[in-house]
Design a protein around this ligand. Structure first.
Ligand code: HEM
Length: 293
């Protein structure tokens, strides 16, 4: 059976919405540890945002209500610090894991170059150009390898943001210790930078990142791949045909085949993803309301 979705690479033999009794194949995209780390990052980010915003907008009536729900300003401060600690730990573990894996597999260069690298490469520029041409109906939908340019953008937005928001946050958290090392004006800058970067991060994650995961027509209402860790053959060939063909060529495809996602993992995705989505939209609404009111 062949289905046509409007995209040449999405004409996939043997699969389709109905499946007509044929089994849909799945491939492993994220390991369990990567899924747990993403969930931890999501929850701690939402936790930091909701417990930090009442401080930033402490003169607004909603801030008092939100802080009260979180156990008062002291409770919100505690939640903020616990979430920040977990977030920094997850981030540090991620960086260590990237280098650890690369050193153990003798593939240090793969951090900087190749399909598994998150570092932007010339192909990403070509992909951006082709995708924008596709947006305006001037070319076919481009095909991607393991990471698309917008996934790399999201990754680096969080990566450099961690240094800015984490660094300034640590200064605010341990002022006595850092005052022995740094001049006083740095604390004013840190307070300013932390608040502004928080707004930028919340604005970016809860709009662009949510758009990519929820609102794109191919993903609506939710892309659960980060929760189940598995991508269907239909999706892999429909959006990441370059990866699919590369894996097939290198004989790595069969090794990546996985069992279909369980109902539990899908429900987990819907509940965790849906909660983060709802809280993220709440944060955006509160910020926009506070800025314009
Ligand atoms: C990653 C490590 C982070 C650390 C160590 C950290 C630490 C802190 C500390 C110590 C404060 C002062 C809290 C108080 O006085 O009770 C603070 C305030 C704040 N944090 Fe964070 N934070 C982090 C991440 C985040 C994130 C991810 C966000 C938002 C997405 C965020 C948003 C805020 C906001 C909006 C404030 C209030 C700023 C102001 O009053 O001007 N923080 N943070």
């Amino acid at each position: 059976m062949t289905i046509a979705t409007g995209h040449p690479a999405a004409s996939v033999a043997g699969i389709g919405a109905g499946g007509a009794g044929l089994r849909q194949r799945y491939y492993r995209r994220f390991t369990p540890i990567e899924r747990v780390m993403h969930a931890a990052l999501m929850l701690t980010f939402v936790g930091c945002a909701l417990s930090g915003l009442p401080l930033l907008y402490s003169d607004r009536p909603w801030a008092a209500t939100l802080a009260r729900i979180l156990g008062g300003f002291e409770g919100a401060g505690l939640i903020h610090r616990v979430c920040a600690f977990v977030m920094i730990t997850v981030f540090a573990s991620h960086v260590i894991m990237v280098f650890w894996k690369a050193i153990a597999g003798n593939r240090l260069l793969a951090i900087l170059w190749g399909p598994d690298s998150m570092v932007p490469q010339p192909q990403d520029i070509i992909d951006i150009w082709r995708n924008f041409k596709w947006f305006v109906g001037r070319g076919p939908q481009p095909q991607f390898d393991r990471w698309t340019y917008w996934e790399k953008f999201d990754y680096w937005a969080v990566f450099w943001g961690m240094f800015i928001i984490g660094g300034s946050g640590l200064l605010l958290w341990f002022p006595v210790f850092f005052s022995k090392l740094l001049p006083g004006w740095m604390f004013n800058i840190a307070a300013l930078v932390h608040g502004e970067e928080a707004l930028l991060a919340v604005g970016f994650i809860f709009t662009f990142h949510f758009f990519n995961g929820h609102v794109r027509p191919a993903k609506f209402p939710m892309d659960t791949v980060i929760f189940t860790g598995r991508i269907s053959e239909h999706e892999l060939r429909g959006e990441r045909a370059v990866e699919y063909e590369r894996l097939a060529r290198e004989g790595l495809l069969a090794g990546k085949e996985a069992t279909p996602p369980t109902d539990e993992s899908k429900w987990f995705g819907w509940i965790v993803g849906g909660t983060a989505l709802a809280l993220g939209i709440l944060a955006i609404v509160l910020i926009v309301y506070s800025v314009f009111k």
